[in-house]
Design a protein around this ligand. Structure first.
Ligand code: MN
Length: 216
């Protein structure tokens, strides 16, 4: 059997401590998972069902990449997030990711009741660090921060998440057949804001690899 053209290479991420790579399948994202971020977005902090959306695997960008500023936006926002990487038997590991968002297109979609794809699921919209295998991770009390050009813009703790990692997986599994290779971006704390061409973004979570990208 041959293809009519060569299929795209599988998307993958490095895994710390090994030369083997993690093949990315689907990317799920959780919205509204830190109360202070819900408030800054003008939302209602009543605990209600988590909001889920998706990005294509092809939106992944590895650390130390240069990213072209995306088209059709004048308000590209960073959202630093804990990323859960699913393996063959539960959680494989964790990473730090940035859920890049065309905030102006998202506001327009919210107003019109339309889908978020153009706001969230665009090229290079999912920078993600190397994955640390779960056996080497202790997230208790871990801080999560995003720095833009060296200045701390987002700073919180993972225990501020409204929906825990376990609860997120439980809820997703009701609707979806979660499989090895799936990534889950678990929501961002307060302090989201714009990135411009020339800006360097660094997302850090205690105990995990760092995600560092620059817009050009
Ligand atoms: Mn997000």
């Amino acid at each position: 059997m041959t293809y009519v053209f060569n299929p795209a290479k599988p998307v993958s991420l490095p895994v710390t401590g090994t030369d083997q790579r993690f093949p990315v399948r689907r990317i799920y994202c959780v919205g509204k998972n830190y109360a202070k971020h819900v408030i800054e977005m003008g939302g209602d902090i009543e605990r209600s069902d988590p909001v889920f959306f998706t990005k294509a695997a092809q939106t992944i960008v590895e650390s130390h990449s240069e990213i072209p500023y995306p088209p059709n936006t004048e308000n590209l926002h960073y959202e630093v997030e804990l990323v859960v990487a699913m393996g063959l038997d539960g959680i494989f590991g964790y990473a730090a990711g940035i859920d890049m968002t065309r905030r102006d297109l998202q506001a327009d979609a919210k107003k019109k009741g339309g889908p978020w794809d153009r706001a969230k699921n665009f090229d290079h919209s999912a920078p993600c660090s190397a994955i640390t295998p779960v056996a080497n991770v202790e997230l208790q009390g871990a801080k999560i921060t995003l720095r833009k050009n060296g200045t701390v813009m987002q700073s919180s703790k993972l225990d501020k998440m409204i929906w825990s990692v376990g609860e997120i997986i439980e809820r997703l599994a009701v609707d979806m057949d979660l499989q090895a290779g799936d990534l889950i971006f678990t929501g961002t704390p307060e302090g989201v804001g714009p990135a411009a061409a020339g800006d360097e973004l660094i997302g850090e979570i205690d105990g995990l690899e760092t995600i560092r990208v620059r817009y050009i």
